[in-house]
Design a protein around this ligand. Sequence first.
Ligand SMILES: Nc1nc2c(ncn2[C@@H]2O[C@H](COP(=O)(O)OP(=O)(O)OP(=O)(O)O)[C@@H](O)[C@H]2O)c(=O)[nH]1
Ligand SMILES: [Mg+2]
Ligand SMILES: [Zn+2]
Length: 300
Amino acid sequence: MDTGIIVRAISGTYDVKIDRRPLDADSAGSGVVVCKPRGVFRKLGITPLVGDRVTISGTTIQEVLPRRNQFIRPPVANAEVMVMVASESIPVTDTFVLDTLIAFAETNYAEPVIVINKTDIAPADELYRVYCSAGFAVVRASVVTGRGVAELSAALSGKICAFAGDTGVGKSSIINAIAGLSGADEIKLSVGDVSSKLGRGRHTTRTTQLFELGGDTMLIDAAGFAAVEEIIIPFDGLENAFREIAPYSGACRFADCRHLKEPDCAVREAVSSGAIAKSRYASYVRLMELALDREANKWK
Ligand SMILES: Nc1nc2c(ncn2[C@@H]2O[C@H](COP(=O)(O)OP(=O)(O)OP(=O)(O)O)[C@@H](O)[C@H]2O)c(=O)[nH]1
Ligand SMILES: [Mg+2]
Ligand SMILES: [Zn+2]
């Protein structure tokens, strides 16, 4: 029996990187074993994910070890940092999608780091202002000029980091740039061509894959996505999923205020005064309405 980490998933097959065993002469080479999960996983509803720690015997995954967390988009487990790549050029980031991803990370033990990429085309000052003042780590980047790459690389050092964001926003390009900086020149992910891709919804990255950069830094690249319908955040967790909203909630007139239409709502007052960004509050409201709808239809 060996233990390892899933570094790649392709249609039901998993590449497992075996933990290093210094005393074992066989540990030379790539140390990656191509595995299939045990048949019983399907019956139990267990889907192994990139980032999972597993035990294997031969080429069979025997057990998925307990997870810190699991994500649907991107499909990864055990991410300590969720790197949300956004842009105000091509493609323009939908702030509702971004806020949903952030809210999910916040309630699932992953630290959100926001990268505003393609600043050589669009500086995206407003996006930067909104997310900085909400209290997030925000890095302004450009793979073309190299801006922000060293800063981001330092912020992600030593952690398991999954990259999320729309197709074409530059996730693979950024991972290449960080890998280059770290001297891991063998990592060269293929990068899309925006002009031929847009409109056809093509993804350049098709497989979810984990790259080790040394110093325990792991970066996970995955296909981009523009929709988040399948991400569910229960309404009782929503307030805490918005870190700049949570501190106001104690000051509302009603203890169970949901900050929608209630009178004397400290959250809505903070939105009026500009202390909470309108776009962030709009995302909160939309997620709250979705959560309440789900709750009302639970037994139907
Ligand atoms: N101008 C400019 N172009 C960039 C930048 N970063 C990436 N690009 C370009 O954007 C296109 C898409 O980049 P990718 O890295 O493939 O994007 P991705 O997020 O991995 O896309 P998917 O794999 O489809 O999810 C490529 O043509 C890149 O060269 C940037 O900072 N500035
Ligand atoms: Mg990609
Ligand atoms: Zn309120």
